[in-house]
Design a protein around this ligand. Structure first.
Ligand SMILES: C[S@@+](CC[C@H](N)C(=O)[O-])C[C@H]1O[C@@H](n2cnc3c(N)ncnc32)[C@H](O)[C@@H]1O
Ligand code: SF4
Length: 447
């Protein structure tokens, strides 16, 4: 496999269309629109079957908490604002039941968890007592204490001392806080419930609790953001010395308040993809100057050996991920599937002790190879030998055409053993990935 790139970086070679609206971020393959109810019996079957090598496949747990203090203008995640305490309590009952049911499935039973991730919504909206109950429920299903990484998302307003101490006590190793930006005007225009002073307080409390890894999320391209406000935010964040900084380029899917506000001309259009990429490229350079290393297309870390992110690394190499909670998606036994998005239906299913997924896709070995290839590209490097050993394919041959095109554009480099994204490639990786899909999954919609 040898593709020579003798051209300078040139976006013009194959820059695809860049609509301002919609989703780009690839989190699964094939795209969600290919997941159908008719695959559910095949998924039931796969989860009820013990496979010879399942003990060798790492197992992860995702737990979705679909509640926030307030909805942000840009957010497309499944979440409800300002829930009553008993709404959360009854959700936790269903969630713990869902986790218990998984623990009895032949594909899952007796396997230790390698990693867990609590996302949302805002998981840190749970009280210390609710956190205790949730972790007890998980522990009674997965009693092993060998778990290597437990990530918990929190927001600045809800990151209180009492909750953080409880999180440390129940075994959380990695805290991820959504800062988005350190500018009160930009935060207000995005409908964030926090201001800069909340971030400063929360960050100090998080550091006090001595978690193994502290990640903060920043967004690029928010409404009201200027080059200066973004740069100042970044400088202030660097001064806080988080272990990891994850960047999200703003997406504007149709289910967001921002999408509707833009269509009603109620808000000035945020900057386009070209500007977001320039801001992010500059941010990566600034971070490298300050001792950070790029770990993926999205994140920079202070110490790549210590500040790992197993949730991503293991998932991208075919780990089983059991997704629990409203609208969560899973990847297990070579199948992808997703839970119902209606809270009422979620409760009804679990009241009847039935797992609440209602659509999915059974991946062929060829689908699995593409899935892992595109996900691993997001980390910036893909080793050819991994795919020869695991799937018996040559990625140089299978993906010859897109590799050639993207190499000519200066977005990646290919040699005998490895595909490496260039900086320009990292900045637009999610836009490139669909070109590696199998023909039947190209040109399909995202959802
Ligand atoms: C579930 S939230 C993180 C935890 C918490 N709810 C918070 O916002 O602080 C995950 C991340 O998704 C990102 N995100 C949400 N909506 C987005 C959008 N429209 N485009 C890009 N990133 C988005 C934000 O950076 C956010 O921190
Ligand atoms: S970005 Fe976070 S806090 Fe805002 S609505 Fe989405 S999940 Fe909730």
């Amino acid at each position: 496999m040898k593709i020579v790139n003798d051209q300078p970086e040139s976006a013009a070679v194959c820059e695809p269309q860049e609509p301002t609206e919609g989703n780009l971020f690839v989190s699964a393959y094939p795209p969600f629109s290919c997941w159908k109810p008719e695959f559910v019996p095949g998924i039931d079957q796969a989860l009820r079957t013990v496979s010879a090598n399942q003990q060798d496949v790492p197992l992860g747990l995702y737990v979705h908490i679909p509640f926030c203090l307030q909805r942000c203008e840009f957010c497309y995640y499944r979440s409800f604002a300002d829930p009553a305490a008993d709404t959360i309590d009854s959700y936790l009952n269903a969630l713990i039941n869902e986790i218990r049911i998984y623990g009895e499935l032949p594909r899952i039973a007796g396997r230790p968890l390698a990693f867990a991730y609590f996302g949302g919504g805002t998981p840190s909206i749970l009280s210390a007592g609710q956190l205790q109950r949730l972790f007890q429920g998980i522990q009674s299903t997965f009693p092993s204490t060998d778990i290597q990484e437990v990530t918990f998302e929190c927001s600045p307003k809800t990151a209180t001392r009492e909750r953080l101490e409880k999180l440390r006590q129940v075994g959380v190793t990695r805290i991820s806080m959504g800062i988005q930006q350190l500018n009160d005007d930009v935060l207000r225009q995005s409908g964030r419930v926090h201001l800069v002073e909340d971030v400063k307080r929360a960050y100090a409390e998080i550091r006090r609790c001595d978690f193994d890894v502290v990640n903060v999320d920043l967004m690029v391209g928010l409404v009201g953001e200027t080059e200066e406000s973004f740069q100042n935010s970044l400088d202030e964040v660097i001064a806080m010395t988080p272990d990891s900084i994850t960047f999200y380029q703003l997406e504007i899917p149709a289910n967001t308040p921002l999408f509707r506000a833009l269509h009603n001309n109620e808000v000035a259009a945020p900057v386009g993809w070209d500007v977001k990429r320039v801001r992010l490229a500059d941010a990566f350079t600034t971070l490298e100057t300050n001792g950070y290393t790029l770990r993926s297309a999205y994140a920079a870390v202070r110490d790549p050996a210590r500040h790992r992110f197993l949730y991503q690394e293991l998932q991208y190499r075919g780990a089983d991920l059991v997704g629990t909670g409203l609208a969560s998606f899973s990847y297990a036994a070579g199948t992808h599937y997703q839970n119902v998005g209606s809270l009422r239906e979620y409760h009804e299913r679990l009241a009847a002790n039935r797992l609440p997924y209602n659509r999915g896709y059974v991946l062929s070995p060829a689908d699995q190879a593409v899935r892992e290839f595109v996900l691993q590209l997001k980390l910036g490097k893909v080793e050819a030998s991994y795919f020869t050993d695991k799937f018996g394919i040559s990625i140089g041959e299978q993906f010859a055409a897109p590799l050639q095109r993207f190499s000519e554009a200066g977005w990646l480099a290919v040699d005998e053993s490895i595909v490496t994204l260039t900086r320009q490639g990292l900045l637009r990786v999610d836009r490139m990935l669909p070109e590696f899909y199998l023909p039947q999954h190209q040109d399909v919609s995202y959802w």
